[in-house]
Design a protein around this ligand. Sequence first.
Ligand SMILES: NC(=O)c1ccc[n+]([C@@H]2O[C@H](COP(=O)([O-])OP(=O)(O)OC[C@H]3O[C@@H](n4cnc5c(N)ncnc54)[C@H](O)[C@@H]3O)[C@@H](O)[C@H]2O)c1
Length: 466
Amino acid sequence: MSEPKSPVTSRRRFLANTTHVAGASALAGIALPHVHAAGTDTIQIALVGCGGRGTGAAVNALSVTNGPVKLVAMADVIPAKLNSSYDKLKTQFAGLVDVPPERRFLGYDAFRQAMDSMKAGDVVILGTPPAFRWVQFTHAIDKGLHCFMEKPVTVDGPTTRRMLALGEQATKKNLKVGVGLMVRHCRARQELHKRIQAGEIGDIIAMRGYRMGQGGGTCGPRPDGVSELQHQIQHFHAFLWASGGVFSDYYIHQIDECSWMKNSWPVEAHAMGGRHYRGNSVDQNLDSYHVEYVYADGSRLYFDGRNMKGCRDEFASYAHGSKGSAVISTLSHAPGMTRIYKGQNIPRVLSRKDLPLAADPNLVWSFPQPEKSPYQWEWDDLTDAIRQDKPYNEVKRGAEASLVASMGRMAAHTGQIITFDQMLNCPHEFAPNVDKLTLDGPPPILAGPDGKYAIPEPGIKTDREY
Ligand SMILES: NC(=O)c1ccc[n+]([C@@H]2O[C@H](COP(=O)([O-])OP(=O)(O)OC[C@H]3O[C@@H](n4cnc5c(N)ncnc54)[C@H](O)[C@@H]3O)[C@@H](O)[C@H]2O)c1
């Protein structure tokens, strides 16, 4: 799998200026992981962030068939989340879940306690909201733990610079790190990528991506008895500091998969959006986004995101080349159902009712169905790399994909053209105190007297998003 070329030219200067990675840097070389004998040693896993995806990642981890795996520690800030995840995993994988009460940790320091209960060479899953990624990854590196972290891995410029530096620290310690851009592990997308590189659709001139659904990222007023921080964490898609909002959290996959097919990251973004139907939601998102991403050769990715009831949904990505066209995603992330067409007429597939696809005289190639889930492939690949001691670190491309998502989001939120380098160098860190949060302490953003939070105002706030 080749990686998109990065237009980062001034990154090292910023890495040199970053201070938060000093701990990991000073500890580089200590707690080196031991190498797992292929197929024999048990890989021990800790789950940090026991919500929907963290639990799903644990299911995938415990389902690998390349050697024994065991879940031994769990951490969350909300007891009910940890308990329901534990119950689900224990029911599904009784013999593979060994997490007694003393290895179930709660609170904002729970991630540290869970990792401290592991030994170098074990694996930690980071399934918390993206804001916590760099904090928890720093500790994983210090402890010599391999890591699987969900996307996005950063939400703004400063955290991207920090994460890039941390990724380099992890490589120096021979840690294997997977990032939850699972589409990169989808065999159908890998085959399509190979065919596009071989010139089967000619030069890519334009790409289109659509993530248009009935809603997302809203957050009602805070109920009594719930702290402001806990309310924000529970609705992390609503708050830019926690997730980068729906833009970063939802759209990153398709922006990443298109850039992968193009083999480069866009150099600038020009975007717009509107906020009309948020009702009493206190979130910071817009209802709709349109972004024009520009690549160095002048080709474009047009991406539409919408969170609006009553409108036509679409969840797909396409590439148009000088000789033909291709479908990168159909109806969601999985199955891939990748296809290549002669010419530019790609039939719309708007619902499962349109499957199986009707015969099409322009269809040149399609990946055979059924397909194995990319969420499983990413764990097969990570555990294989750990067992075979292969180089494996997805942090750089995960951080750059997160940055490119932030670049489109900032362009929409400010109404300005934002370049890759401007985004990377942007000084606005949404939650500089995220490593110091406590259960009862203040959150990174406070509600105004009306209970609402600052929202983007394109054209008015032009150098920061809120
Ligand atoms: N790859 C994918 O397709 C995919 C799909 C869904 C979610 N995700 C990603 O997974 C991450 C989690 O999303 P989710 O849908 O599982 O959310 P979720 O709310 O279901 O789970 C997040 C969990 O983390 C816990 N948590 C929050 N802050 C914490 C902290 N500081 N320490 C410990 N625990 C903490 C929460 O209590 C919750 O249990 C996000 O980054 C999201 O983008 C990826």
